[in-house]
Design a protein around this ligand. Structure first.
Ligand SMILES: Nc1ncnc2c1ncn2[C@@H]1O[C@H](COP(=O)(O)OP(=O)(O)O)[C@@H](O)[C@H]1O
Ligand SMILES: [Mg+2]
Length: 415
């Protein structure tokens, strides 16, 4: 909300010191919109996971044999973002852990979030984390990884345990360290006699499995479960479940909940997005000094979330991709009219020369354009030019107000 003008006011005859003080005092005086905002964030664990009974039962019954000392089949879980994969697996592993403790069983569930840098940035870190989970502490660096593997397997064997390792966002891990580690685990697993290791791989990337080494793929996906997107009714239930805990009474109407649910359902059926919409709408209502959240606040929230999302992903792009995008921005100059790859390339080359950047081949630039398409930042369309063959038309896929922001970011990075 960089251009939020409603808050910037100055009462006549008052110093800005007084204005600032009054803003704080008024804020304190007003009844709060939120009761507990945290309820709408990822860190909150819902009492009840809605509309996922089948998935919960399926996963639990795949893992249950561990309780009798059998190695559960490896399991692969995939589905779009915000479809409840993480929350379901965490609930199941927590229940499993409780039962294991109570009955003193030799089973150890381990959950690893592969997106966390400190946990799984390198093969070494991953192994160190897994060792830590089974009670072995190794130095932060310095040992050869095969020593770590051996330590891990010896310990599993010694403890005679069934270790169930859930690797959440496993695609992020494989992108960083390759899929050799999975191969190593599956291979050595077959040599274990007393201990056993099972994997649960979780990913948002539906194509991930196909990118894996064939041996790893077949071993990892002995079982597969897909999490489908939520529809608007299901999202509404998920929001309703939290509304009373998150907001004060009378602040959020059914119409607002329905709107958040409908918008998120249209997008990807993503529960995270529905919760974000409601939270951000609440924050906006608060900033506008409103007593209630309105549907208009939800509209503004949607724009803000998109804007933040696009600017964030553009900030994170490698410099070469930013240069390609910058070329496209310059070419399309305030319109979304399509241009060709060659036009983009020519402007891109000028930008590189001006900025001391290596000029990549047209082929590589073409790859970068594909990546930008996958990220949803641009659109590409192949059009037939009759007997002159086919050409690609490229256009920007961002709103004009987002465009302004993107131009600002890129103008800071390039001459
Ligand atoms: N069925 C559900 N019932 C209640 N809350 C849910 C449900 N599914 C997802 N959520 C909530 O939505 C957010 C995203 O869910 P998450 O499990 O992280 O999705 P994924 O791992 O598939 O991307 C979390 O805050 C989670 O608590
Ligand atoms: Mg997740």
């Amino acid at each position: 909300m960089s251009r939020q003008s409603t808050l910037v006011f100055r009462e006549r005859g008052k110093t800005n010191t007084q204005n600032v003080k009054n803003l704080f005092l008024n804020y304190l005086k007003k009844p709060s919109i939120f009761k507990n905002k945290e309820v709408l964030t990822e860190s909150f664990f819902p009492d009840e996971i809605l509309h996922r009974d089948n998935e919960l039962m399926q996963i639990s019954s795949i893992l249950a044999p561990a309780l009798r000392g059998y190695k559960p089949n490896n399991l692969f879980i995939y589905g779009g973002v915000g479809t409840g994969k993480t929350v379901c697996v965490k609930l199941i592993l927590k229940q499993l852990e409780e039962i294991v403790k109570k009955n003193k069983l030799n089973v150890k569930p381990v959950y690893v979030n592969c997106k966390l840098k400190k946990v799984a940035d390198t093969e070494y870190r991953l192994l160190a984390q897994l060792l830590f989970e089974i009670g072995i502490v190794v130095p932060d660096t310095g040992l050869p990884t095969d020593v770590l593997y051996r330590k891990f397997f010896n310990e599993v064997e010694k403890q005679k345990k069934i270790i169930i390792i859930a690797l959440d966002e496993i695609d992020a891990l494989v992108r960083k360290i390759g899929d050799d580690f999975l191969y190593n685990f599956t291979r050595i697993n077959t040599e274990l006699e007393k201990g056993k290791i099972s994997f649960i791989g979780i990913t948002n990337n539906l194509n991930f499995c196909n990118e894996l080494d064939a041996r790893v793929k077949s071993s990892l996906s002995e079982e597969e479960i897909i999490f489908h997107p939520y529809n608007a009714t299901q999202l509404r239930d998920i929001l309703k479940q939290r509304v009373d805990k998150a907001f004060n009474k009378g602040v959020v109407s059914d119409a607002v909940i329905n709107k958040c649910a409908a918008l998120a359902a249209q997008e990807h059926g993503d529960a995270r997005r529905a919760l974000d919409l409601l939270r951000v709408a609440g924050e906006i209502a608060e900033r506008y000094n409103s007593d209630v959240v309105t549907e208009e606040h939800v509209d503004i929230a949607e724009k803000k979330i998109d804007l933040d999302g696009v600017t964030e992903s553009i900030r994170k792009l490698p410099r070469q991709s930013q240069a390609v995008l910058n070329a496209l921005l310059k070419l399309t100059n305030n319109s979304n009219k399509p241009v060709t790859t060659i036009e983009v390339f020519n402007v891109y080359r000028d930008i590189c020369l001006k900025n001391n950047l290596r000029v990549l081949t047209t082929r590589r630039v073409s790859d970068l354009l594909n990546e930008l398409t996958t990220l949803g930042i641009i659109n590409t369309r192949v059009v037939s030019k009759g007997r002159y063959g086919r050409t690609r038309e490229i256009s920007l896929n961002i709103d004009s107000d987002v465009r302004e922001n993107v131009e600002k970011i890129l103008s800071l990075n390039f001459n």
